[in-house]
Design a protein around this ligand. Structure first.
Ligand code: NAD
Length: 531
């Protein structure tokens, strides 16, 4: 720890040294498995509690409630939340605007110091937060642990980035002047996350907002409000002033839409589906009465990610990469591999090995650490099953293809591989967001690249090949925001793989990268004549 002087508080603690990623927990070690089991039992004892809206530090109750259920056991209520309606937009905005008056005047060091404290608290509660994700979104232990680790990374990374912005180098100096460029906050942001990285993405957009000096109305997903409530609790414990983050679970179509449309909303940080992202973009583009700025939108959306396996690839390694990318967290990652594009010379061999690998995946209760848990909710289960039925018509299901009824009462679906899917068909073009992998046969590498690029999306992609020339071509021609070579296409790591997609996958905002905080600030250039 080092000490930095700042104007508003006498002593501010910041971490020294370069950024290092939080290590992932090895659950094959009995000590770690024991801690996780203990955390799961602790959280099990706290299920079904009620949580309030937090507006300007005040706890608010509503008549309407959101019940968050355990997807693996829908009869089990994880948390009961108040449901913010349109009438809560104005109070939340007033609280955020009032807090902005003072928070925007704090130094980068003071705000970075808050993030370092949050990171320390997250490290202490790592297993517990992971356990909440096991219950609320059906993540297995490793997936839940990675989600918390990424959240810690965001604390450590964005706080260091804020300190870097505080020390921004001077621009070119005009003779006779002192010229500076300052990065100042934008105002009140609407932070609208999805449920699939219920801690990391929700926290990442919130932390980037507040370390940059903005204040926030945070509307978590109705499928994962409890994890967000736990995180906001940690922010308060770490000393966040009232009103800096206003916690408002609510329906997207009513509360979310109204926050986006509010004339005082300065920016929207959204991660979610293509449809909702485009809707937000449209609503934000309209100038509401009294609105004096162009709202900034930071929109990260869906994917239809492909892994190309060339004829010269290490097939075993490619099979492993495809299986892990397709079925990790039930395929519910924007980065999930939903298309495997396989050269015709190795197609049959690849399918045989893939089928054997996928059939080793066990589906069941993530509290017992099954490989794959349930999909998020009933609606999602129905949509995914609809795609599987379509797949039976358009291709050949080589494994899976049904509900995993033996896994329990929850929304369990077997890991499903549909081979012989033609390019441009529904399953090849649309985001499924579930444990369904389509396999497409390519004639050669040119054909594989053409298929890979031929969707509306452009989020992640991977290529397995031993050829340097083909790697270079992928770097030039495979049009995705996050490209991987000879490895899986999921698991972007903060700092190493700044994350964000092209085309309908979003605004390529590159979270966890050196450009990210600029999106939450505006540059003010000052030219001062020396007198
Ligand atoms: P979603 O679009 O249904 O919901 C996302 C959020 O938007 C939720 O909080 C929801 O309540 C809110 N919302 C819904 N309608 C709204 C409206 N009209 N106005 C304002 N807010 C509204 O997405 P989801 O099901 O939560 O998440 C899955 C999607 O997220 C997938 O498409 C996935 O690819 C995408 N995703 C993208 C990334 C990325 O970095 N590109 C990361 C994770 C998830």
């Amino acid at each position: 720890m080092a000490t930095v002087e700042a104007p508003t508080r006498p002593k501010i603690r910041v971490h020294e040294g370069p950024f290092v990623n939080e290590p992932l927990t090895d659950f094959t070690k009995e000590e770690n498995a024991r801690k996780m089991r203990a955390a799961i039992e602790k959280v099990r004892g706290q299920l079904g509690r009620e949580y309030d809206l937090i507006i300007g530090g005040r706890r608010v109750k509503t008549t309407d409630k959101i019940k968050s259920l355990n997807p693996a056991k829908p009869s089990q209520i994880v948390g009961i939340h108040q449901k913010a309606g349109k009438e809560h937009v104005e109070p939340a905005m007033r609280a955020a605007l009032a807090a902005f008056e003072t928070w925007s005047q704090t130094s980068f060091e003071e705000r970075a110091s808050l993030l370092f404290r949050v990171g320390d608290l997250l490290r202490e509660r790592k297993f517990e937060l992971g356990a909440w994700m096991v219950f609320e979104v059906s993540k297995n232990w490793a997936e839940a642990d990675a989600d918390v680790a990424e959240t810690i990374d965001f604390c450590e990374y964005y706080s260091r980035e804020a300190l870097r912005l505080a020390r921004t180098e001077l621009p070119v100096q005009m003779a006779g002047e002192r010229d500076t460029l300052l990065y100042i906050p934008l105002g009140v942001g609407a932070v609208i996350p999805p449920w699939n990285f219920p801690c990391a993405i929700m926290a990442g957009m919130t932390l980037a907002s507040i370390v940059s000096g903005n204040t926030v109305i945070l509307k978590p997903s109705s499928d994962s409000p409890t994890i967000a409530a736990k995180f906001v609790g940690l922010l308060e414990e770490a000393g966040m002033p009232e009103g800096v983050v206003n916690f408002c679970p609510g329906a997207g179509a009513s509360f979310g839409d109204a926050v986006v449309a509010h004339p005082k909303t300065r920016y929207i940080a959204f991660t979610g589906s293509r449809e909702v992202g485009l809707r937000i973009n449209k609503v934000a583009a309209d100038q509401a009465p009294g609105q004096i700025w162009i709202k900034r939108t930071i929109l990260e959306m869906g994917g239809k990610d492909a892994i190309i396996v060339d004829a010269d690839a290490d097939i075993d390694s490619a099979v492993e990469g495809v299986a892990v990318s397709a079925f990790g967290f039930q395929g519910q990652k924007c980065s999930a591999c939903s298309r495997a594009i396989i050269d015709e010379r190795i197609y049959d061999k690849f399918l045989e090995k893939l089928k054997a690998r996928v059939e080793k995946i066990n589906v069941g209760d993530p509290a017992e650490n099954a490989n794959m848990g349930a999909v998020i909710n009933e609606g999602s289960m129905k949509t995914i099953m609809g795609y599987i039925e379509q797949g039976k018509k358009d291709g050949r299901v080589i494994t899976g293809g049904a509900h995993a009824t033996n896994a329990g009462e929850g929304y369990f679906i077997q890991p499903t591989v549909v081979a012989d899917i033609p390019p441009k068909s529904k399953l090849e073009q649309e985001e499924i967001f579930g444990p369904v992998l389509t396999v497409i046969k390519s004639k050669n590498y040119d054909h594989a690249l053409q298929i890979a690029n031929d969707t509306e999306f452009g989020l992640t992609g991977a290529v397995y090949t031993r050829s340097r020339e083909k790697i270079e071509r992928a770097i030039r021609e495979f049009h995705v925001g996050n490209l991987y070579i000879n490895r899986k296409c999921t698991g972007a790591t903060v700092g190493c793989h700044p994350f964000g997609g092209f085309n309908m996958s979003g605004t390529d905002s590159k979270s966890g990268g050196p450009d990210y905080l600029y999106l939450f600030t505006q540059g003010k250039a000052v030219g001062e004549k020396k007198i």
